[in-house]
Design a protein around this ligand. Sequence first.
Ligand code: AMP
Length: 341
Amino acid sequence: MHTTSKAESFLTMSIPITDTTAAVTARTRLLRTPGELRIASERWRSSGLSLGMVPTMGALHDGHRSLIRRARAECDRVAVSIFVNPRQFGADEDFARYPRPLERDLAMLAGEGVDAAYVPDAAAMYPRGAATTVSVGSSLTRDFEGETRPGHFDGVALVVAKLLIAARCDRAYFGQKDAQQCAVVRRLAADLDIGTTVVVCPTVRDGDGLALSSRNAYLSPDARRRALAIPRALGEALRRFAAGERRAEVLAALVRDRLEEGDSLRVDYVGVVDADSFEPLTEAGRGARIVVAATIAGTRLIDTVGLGIDEPPDVPSLVGAMVELDARSGRALRSRTCSVR
Ligand code: AMP
């Protein structure tokens, strides 16, 4: 499956770049086409400067910021792409309503000292007549996100291949939260001899333990509270692993049971997998990952932890959890537990 035609036509409209944007991006060059990205990259690289690339879909948060800061620390120049890629959304998914706060994003990139914001529109990325597909096979894309979102990884593989080829970057930064995507991108970069080092960065969580995601903005305060079942369940599995449990089936069942308690969310999948191949495991060793996807009031969230690697997320206890939310973004400002009389 590829894009819906509705999605394609929606994004052939350019995202308007206003005067304010130009002012905001005085220190961050705005690049709009693969050609502009290639030229900027060639200039830097011919001056002996290394380039780090951070691919995103915008609606930037502290998870993205952590990737950008890592890139800044390791590379001479940093480019961040913002492109809501229609090819990785299914027909019934949230492509049209995906948040696109471009001005705020560009201000954030300027504040982080990013050298280039690459903001192509769909016509620049997929001009009329574009017919090439990229598909990563094997167990990497068979299950989990691959099964639940048919065609999703073809869209991811195509857009990432295009970004890395145009940028010719030395390093590209991805978040561990999208663990299956990381495994797919690593394979893709190796198989296509792209020559970019894929760097995977730890998941950044909000104060209440929920993994940061642009989609968290969809959650009502009630849905957000229910979503905390995800980091809570993963934390419990980490503790069981630390206490010696190695049976993947038992760890997965524990997570599923916790998520299904109280009917507050719908579980799409729970898996215990090898981090590189995404083959489901029967025996979980150090470095194996638990991957989870669940839908809460229409919002689909994914999360993951590395067994024997990650610390259990710090989640307020079920009873008496007080989470103060930012009214606009839905992000947790602070959380505390309180006694209930
Ligand atoms: P997205 O804009 O959601 O496509 O994400 C762009 C990149 O940021 C991907 O490599 C994500 O894995 C990464 N990312 C998203 N959320 C987080 C997070 N909470 N912590 C670390 N990286 C993240």
